[in-house]
Design a protein around this ligand. Structure first.
Ligand code: NAI
Ligand code: UGA
Length: 666
């Protein structure tokens, strides 16, 4: 029997576990992935108490179970999740000191500068208020043409509302020990990729970073601190976490993150649910209530779901796997559409109208990319394998296999249409990020497609992305496509900062990311997602406010700021609240890109206030006939493209003007 450390102050919570729950990785290894066996874990979940199966929620805000006050939060991992999540928590909790720590000095330097390391719409405003503090401001508290910018105005005139200055409460640092020592709550948001070697390579989760951080936290955290799994981890990781500090009381919670790249800030500000898994004991409940109180600053308590810790861990894996499964399902149907003449958009619309199915995540194309879907489905596969459930494992593995099929099918179709040879030809690839509105390129389908095209000996594969920085794209192509892939190294791949230069003289243009900029018509709703540049606005004036509303809830000022910006798009700071931004270091890639390319829209720090659509007429003029366009993301209106002379193929879609180009031809 392995003694599990007490995970709280209550004596009745000390539990022991069967040896078979121990990690199987040899002792001393920094990288473990829990290998599980079917068994009854009710002893752990019950904490030695009778499990009555009651949900935790009702007593979360119970006066009898007073949660400890949270005054200091440390978030370990300043990546795509840690940075934005900590920023939003700090933004909505000015009374809490939030520190984000990372071992990557360069990353921390960028978080402390004008150009943070990731691009997310809306991030900049949140960051500037929480990290830099804000000045006092005065504004007309009602619809009017007058907006005062006199921040020094102490006594507000009738009809004017004043808001005081705000102190910074968000810090980015590399000093883990100090930051953890001071924290009441420690969020772990480090990367948990798929293991690339050793036991379970290719499907198990690589817990090296998570485990290393856990060991350090266990060493430095104060007794009673609440440790929170924000990273996506295998089911029952919480149980292993407790092994790190036998005898010292601390609570482990699971609080998985559901934000998506490109909409992270919106997802965090308007989360549809906050999931908190805890040990179902009094101190587990209190820890969950303490974390819930942080979120309750801006999320209605009805959206805070509490479960046992293992359900929470598993729910995260299942959420991503089910979303990925929908994409693979619709992509399998797209292949049938291509072979039969049915249109996948029409099929998606027809089935999506059934509320039991729903219309989201049914956009067919080249499949899902990103750092999480594939790894999380594979983590579920590994879990099923270790639980000796081979049929379950095979079922979920099919989701990943179908995704690869979709990607390969697209590349093969391009090559086939170009007479089965790319020798001497130029192909332009539009979109390098794994999805729109992000500069995240991890597991981007574009990488695989560039590699496949490159192997066909083309004259050039030209790559353009509206958000990624060209120098960073080159670095990633050299690392992930092939060391000699770039033109500067003798290969065919070239990166462009200008879409028209990328497409000039091309035999074919491929769309590999669903950026709205690549559309040939603004979106009018339906399957496609976001709308392009709302010219006439659409936001409603949130005024008038009660004085206490603006004092207590930053979200009101954020809404007013967005509304005012809509009226005057060039006004970066319409409420005149922002403090000066900290400067960038000499090696800031955004500053360097701006220096090389003039004022560009590349990279973090620049809001896409007004996206402009690519001028396809202009592209057509400089392309080689028959002007092939292959849309792997279903963003183009095929008929309109054909009208201006393109030969268009879109995954799973049929031309509505040229009927008959079907039956095995694709
Ligand atoms: N990217 C996304 O959209 C989402 C990711 N997740 C999950 O959140 C977790 C984090 O993901 P990302 O933020 O995308 O990863 P990331 O790779 O962008 O960031 C992780 C950060 O952790 C830091 N780190 C690693 N080891 C460290 C150590 N020993 N000490 C200090 N810092 C350390 C890294 O330097 C890096 O900056 C993963 O488990 C992921 O599955 C969950 C929801 C959304
Ligand atoms: O755990 C995570 O990392 C996150 O993974 C996904 O978010 P993300 O991968 O950032 O982005 P999605 O919008 O889910 O898109 C993933 C991929 O699927 C593709 N996709 C999406 C939707 C669709 O209908 N079709 C489709 O091919 C996108 O182009 C993209 O390549 C989930 O949506 C988040 O809830 C989750 O928190």
């Amino acid at each position: 029997m392995i003694p599990l450390s007490p995970s709280g102050l209550d004596a009745d919570e000390f539990v022991t576990l069967d040896d078979s729950t121990a990690p199987t990785t040899p002792e001393g290894s920094l990288s473990f992935s829990p290998q599980l066996h079917p068994q009854d874990v009710s002893a752990y979940l019950n904490g030695g108490l009778q499990n009555n199966g009651a949900p935790l929620s009702p007593d979360l805000f119970d006066a009898a179970a007073q949660p400890p006050a949270v005054r200091n939060i440390c978030c370990v991992g300043a990546g795509f999740v840690g940075g934005p999540t900590a920023a939003v928590i700090a933004f909505h909790n000015p009374h809490i000191q939030v520190t984000v720590v990372d071992r990557d000095e360069k990353r921390i330097r960028r978080w402390n500068s004008k150009h943070p390391p990731i691009y997310e719409p809306g991030l900049n405003d949140i960051l500037r208020i929480a990290r830099d503090g804000s000045r006092a401001c005065v504004f007309a508290n009602g619809p009017t043409t007058y907006e005062s910018t006199d921040a020094a105005c102490e006594a507000a005139a009738p009809g004017l509302t004043s808001v005081g200055a705000r102190q910074p409460n968000l810090v980015f640092t590399t000093d883990l020990a100090k930051c953890v020592r001071e924290a009441d709550v420690v969020l772990i948001a480090v990367n948990t990729p798929t293991k690339s070697r050793g036991n379970g390579a290719g499907s198990a989760t690589d817990m090296a970073a998570f485990e290393a951080v856990t060991a350090l936290i266990a060493q430095h955290a104060k007794p009673g601190a609440i440790i929170v799994e924000k990273s996506t981890v295998p089911c029952r990781t919480a149980q292993l976490l407790a092994l790190h500090r036998p005898g010292v009381p601390f609570q482990v919670l699971s609080n998985p993150e559901f934000l998506a790249a490109g909409t992270a800030i919106n997802d965090l500000l308007h989360a549809d649910r906050i999931l908190i898994g805890s040990h179902p004991t009094p101190s587990g409940h209190r820890a969950a209530a303490a974390l819930a109180s942080v979120y309750a600053s801006w999320i209605p308590s009805s959206r805070i779901i509490t479960t046992n810790v293992f359900s929470s861990e598993l729910a995260k894996l299942v959420a991503n796997s089910m979303l990925a499964q929908r994409i693979s399902s619709i992509n399998s149907i797209a292949a049938i559409c291509d072979a039969t003449g049915a249109d996948v958009d029409e099929v998606a619309r027809a089935i999506g109208a059934d509320p039991r199915i729903g219309s989201k995540f049914l956009r067919a194309g080249i499949g899902f990319g990103g750092s999480c879907f594939k790894k999380d489905v594979l983590s579920l596969v590994y879990l099923a394998e270790t639980l000796v459930l081979p049929e379950v494992a095979a079922y979920w593995r099919g989701v990943v296999d179908m995704n690869e099929f979709a990607r390969n099918r697209f590349a093969a179709r391009v090559i086939k249409r170009l007479n089965n040879t790319l020798m001497g030809k130029k192909v332009a690839v539009l979109g390098f990020a794994f999805k729109k509105d992000t500069n995240d390129t991890r597991e981007s389908p574009a990488l695989d497609i560039i590699r496949t095209l490159g192997e066909e000996g083309p004259r050039e594969v030209a790559v353009f992305d509206p958000l990624c920085i060209p120098a960073q794209m080159e670095e990633e192509i050299a690392r992930f496509v092939e060391p000699g892939a770039l033109q500067r190294d003798g290969g065919p791949v070239a990166v462009y900062a200008d879409v028209y230069a990328a497409c000039r003289g091309a035999d074919a243009v491929l769309i590999t990311t669903e950026f709205d900029e690549f559309r040939n018509a603004p979106v009018t709703g339906g399957q496609g997602g976001a709308k392009v540049a709302k010219s006439g606005g659409g936001l409603v004036d949130p005024r008038p406010f009660q004085q206490h509303e603006v004092e207590q809830h930053e979200s009101h000022l954020l809404a007013l700021q967005s509304f005012l910006r809509q009226r005057a798009p060039d006004a970066e700071d319409p409420l005149d609240r922002f403090s000066p931004m900290p400067p960038c270091a000499d090696d800031c890639p955004v500053c360097l890109a701006e220096h090389v390319n003039g004022t560009s829209g590349h990279g973090a720090g620049k809001e896409l206030a007004c996206k402009s659509l690519v001028d396809w007429q202009k592209i057509s003029y400089h392309m080689k006939r028959p002007r092939w366009v292959f849309d792997g993301r279903g963003v183009l209106d095929m008929a309109a493209m054909e009208k201006i002379g393109f030969c268009v193929e879109i995954v799973g879609r049929q031309s509505r003007t040229i009927v008959g180009n079907i039956n095995g031809q694709r």
